[in-house]
Design a protein around this ligand. Structure first.
Ligand code: ZN
Length: 290
């Protein structure tokens, strides 16, 4: 059984994790999967196995037939299925997100639960993601609230959101630009190889600058350059000549921590400073003398 089907089976028994990330595939596929989950979660069927009606079927239940992506017909919408779409050109604003989440403080109107869909969770502004996190950490009431976060790639979601959600992959693998990863890994090797021979802060700053050769730093919310840096460190490790266990561990931790770079960046620190800080923290200038 596919992971998505397992999760739908959990949903039919009311056992789904409160926050689910649906990523990969195309936008239409993500929207359809969100509808499948919402119908399974809110369905009126008493029998668990038959929860989640085909909305077009004549015998679809009163909930499922009105769970629609957009309010196309005036008579067909469900008040407990709500979708937040991107309101700005490239972002989902904190104001729109807070207004959207406000509904989670009231009881469901008709169904036994509520489903909140964030159509492009990768466009949530920092403040918007924080508002959502707060709600996930301190659920306002006993009634089940389900959050479905849709994104092309989970790399573009805040690590804190990822750590509090069940991530379900819907389609082809996330592609990092392999040529870019190779180029950054090669630049990294030029500095780290020397540093491991003759430790010096100069080579560590060189390693940080190498990671900074990834592209896409202009958008402070972008996760991709951090993911490229992380992949380049792993690439260096995989190619890596004779590294001691400590060095391997240090590089693995660096690769992991790089993925959290956007969090620091949202505090207003430049990516260059963050890269230098992380590299110098995990690869101390003089602790790897043979
Ligand atoms: Zn139904």
């Amino acid at each position: 059984m596919r992971t998505v089907e397992k999760a739908l089976a959990l949903a039919s028994r009311g056992r789904l994790y409160p926050s689910v990330i649906l990523y990969g595939g195309d936008a239409a596929g993500r929207q359809q999967t969100a509808l499948d989950f919402a119908r399974t979660l809110l369905c009126a069927a008493a029998d668990e196995a038959s929860r989640g009606c085909d909305a077009e079927a004549p015998d679809a239940c009163r909930h499922c037939r009105r769970i629609r992506w957009r309010d196309r017909g005036q008579d067909r919408f469900h008040p407990d299925f709500r979708v937040l779409e991107r309101d700005l050109r490239t972002a989902t604003s904190v104001e729109a997100t807070k207004a959207f989440l406000q509904t989670a403080w009231s009881a469901p109107f008709e169904a036994a639960a509520q489903v909140f869909v964030i159509a492009e969770a990768d466009t949530l502004s920092g403040g918007a993601a924080d508002a959502l996190l707060k709600l996930l950490e301190e659920p306002p009431a006993r009634t089940p609230r389900h959050f479905l976060l849709l994104a092309a790639s989970q790399l573009d979601l805040l690590p804190t959101l990822r750590s509090r959600s069940l991530a379900l992959f819907l389609g082809q693998k996330e592609q990092l630009p392999q040529e870019e990863v190779e180029a950054v890994a090669a630049a990294l090797a030029r500095s780290l190889d020397v540093h491991f021979q003759t430790p010096s802060p100069i080579f560590l700053f060189g390693a940080a600058a190498a990671l900074g050769e990834a592209t896409g730093w202009d958008d402070p919310r972008a996760r991709r350059p951090w993911a490229v840096g992380s992949a380049a460190v792993l690439r260096y490790l995989a190619a890596g000549g004779e590294l001691t266990t400590e060095r391997r561990r240090a590089l693995l931790r660096l690769a992991q921590e790089l993925l959290d770079g956007p969090l620091l960046r949202m505090r207003g620190i430049s990516h260059g400073r963050i890269l230098e800080g992380l590299v110098c923290r995990f690869i101390p200038p003089d602790s790897f003398r043979p």
